[in-house]
Design a protein around this ligand. Structure first.
Ligand code: MLC
Ligand code: AMP
Length: 503
């Protein structure tokens, strides 16, 4: 039966003995092997009662098997809901409950803490460990190695990716088969990926960048991935001579630059370095070129929209810009109030429309409506200019967002937890420059009368509530929060005050 994503990304490789994943331990997994595993997993999903349209949540370490759960969901017609491995059980509970997930697949070590969560949410629970074992594998072992994909059309949903928001309540971005496929097609073409490519893959596979940009592009092109568990400089350096390309967040590039082994010889075999998910400093771009002779290709995207712009493969890759709108993406720089396009060169909000743009936030029609213009353009909240040649430069954010090491963090979510801590009257959370992460989270609290909240106690108090990457690296106690005449906290004043916190 026709299944838009399966037919484009997976079916063509069913009989291919070519390597799809090369692992750190030297093992290769062929396309055919991977797809046999995915077929067994798809049968296991069906055996667990999953039918097309059901949500399947996965919180598991990066492994070929975790990636095969994605392929199995596509084949079974389920909606894949990958979760950051750093999320606490309380955070997982929110996502699983909000999405109405039928099944949660988690690491075996997390089973004890997540079992009550799953039970409360009415969700079945299976386990998948980093070595591929667990109750999912047990269930899949005796299943057939072929699976007839469920019928899914372009507008059926393929994934929910949760993104945080200004209210502190995360929203499930609904992505269709066509959203994902159209973007993969645009990127394969724009970045010239072929079956000869070997991508160095050190990103997590629970976000757009590592899952859809990197993986879908390689599946569509038929290339292979050196599939590393995470960002480790020794692994990166050891494997780079075998690779042709790499995709990373800016921290990948600043860490490479800090490594004396980065030079022309190491990168000689590489045809493409892509950066995205957070701003790449023009200085990083220039230093990287000086050291390696390679110009990083920066692109810009978002969970809700997939990739919107990219610097050109052949043309000029301009440092400090995110390049030109991708083919098929309608992009305008608009006035924040009216949505009318601003004059060339002026600052406005990036708005986009196209097959890449998501279907809305799950169960939040009003929120969805607020973020779209009547003519269908999605309001990204990113402030930018477009120059005479069409290059887009992001100059700031209209949304109160922190990007730390490529992870998005909304201050409100942290402020709500800080406000509940003993002795805290109110709080403000900001991002300040950080040499490794781009931005780091800083909390500023005002004490209740007579109370003396201490940084260490505050940090300990929020530890179990928020994923570690969201927790402030520093919490300062201030006499009061600076406010404007409207009573709104002036975060720019706080950012200025604490900007030197990390050197
Ligand atoms: C890890 N830690 C972080 C962090 N990552 N803290 C803040 N921000 C981060 N991004 C914390 C851990 O909790 C831990 O804390 C300590 O840092 C070391 O953890 P680690 O796991 O050893 O970190 P490391 O491997 O060095 O990870 C850093 C990183 C990683 C930058 C490589 O965060 C990463 O892979 N980021 C990529 C995120 C990504 O894929 N973004 C794309 C989103 S999609 P402690 O105190 O316990 O030691 C998107 C759309 C688009 O944005 O356009 O692509
Ligand atoms: P997310 O919601 O996690 O998908 O993150 C999307 C946000 O990351 C965008 O709205 C931008 O603010 C930011 N972003 C992504 N790529 C870039 C880039 N190349 N430069 C600057 N910001 C970026």
């Amino acid at each position: 039966m026709p299944n838009t994503l399966y037919d484009a990304l997976f079916r063509p490789h069913e009989a291919s003995g070519a390597a799809f994943l090369s692992l750190k331990d030297g093992r290769d997994i062929s396309y055919a092997e991977f797809l046999r595993l995915a077929a067994r997993f798809a049968h296991a999903l069906s055996a667990s009662g999953i039918t097309p349209g059901d949500r399947v949540a996965l919180q598991a370490k990066k492994s070929p098997e975790a990636l095969a759960v994605y392929a199995a969901c596509v084949a079974a017609g389920a909606v894949f809901l990958p979760l950051n491995t750093a999320y606490t059980p309380a955070e997982v509970e929110y996502f699983v409950t909000d999405a109405g997930a039928r099944l949660l697949i988690c690491d075996g070590a997390a089973r004890a803490v997540l079992a009550p969560v799953a039970e409360k949410a009415g969700t079945a629970l299976l386990t998948l460990d980093a070595d591929g074992t667990g109750t999912l594998a047990d269930l899949a072992r005796s299943q057939p190695e072929t699976f007839t994909p469920a019928a899914r059309g372009p507008h059926d949903l393929a994934a929910f990716l949760y993104t945080s928001g200004t209210t502190g309540r995360s929203k499930g971005a609904m992505l269709s088969h066509d959203n994902l496929l159209s973007n993969a097609e645009a990127l394969v073409d724009a970045w010239r990926f072929t079956g000869e490519d070997v991508l160095l893959h050190a990103l997590p596979i629970f976000h757009t960048h590592g899952l859809f940009v990197a993986t879908n592009v390689m599946l569509l092109a038929g290339g292979s991935m050196i599939f590393l568990p995470g960002l480790d400089m020794d692994d990166l350096v050891a494997n780079m001579p075998r690779a042709t390309s790499m995709m990373g967040v800016p921290t990948f590039y600043t860490r490479l630059l800090a490594d004396p082994r980065l030079d022309r010889a190491l990168t000689a075999h590489m045809r493409l370095f892509v950066s995205g998910s957070a701003p790449l400093l023009a200085e990083t771009h220039r230093e990287f070129e000086a050291r390696t002779g390679k110009r990083i290709l920066e692109r810009y995207g978002m969970t809700e929209t997939n990739m919107n712009t990219s610097n050109p493969y052949d043309g000029e890759r301009r440092a400090g810009t995110v390049g030109l709108p991708l083919p098929g993406v309608d992009l305008r720089i608009a006035d924040a109030e009216t949505g009318a396009p601003v004059a060339r060169g002026d600052v406005g909000i990036i708005e986009v429309k196209g097959r890449n743009v998501f279907k809305g936030y799950w169960n939040m029609p009003e929120k969805t409506a607020q973020e779209f213009r009547p003519d269908g353009f999605f309001i990204t909240g990113d402030l930018a200019t477009m120059d005479a040649d069409g290059y887009v430069a992001i100059v700031g954010r209209a949304k109160d967002l922190i990007i730390s090491g490529g992870y998005n963090i909304y201050p409100k979510e942290i402020e709500l937890v800080l406000d509940e801590q003993p002795g805290v009257a109110e709080s403000a959370v900001i991002g300040v420059p950080h040499p490794d992460l781009g931005e780091a989270v800083v909390g500023v609290v005002v004490a209740k009368a007579g109370a003396k909240p201490e940084e260490a106690a505050l940090i300990a108090g929020i530890a179990g509530r928020l994923a570690r990457f969201k927790q402030p690296r520093r919490i300062f106690v201030a006499d009061e929060l600076p406010r404007n005449t409207m009573g709104k906290v002036q975060k720019n004043v706080l950012r200025e005050r604490y900007k030197g916190s990390f050197g």
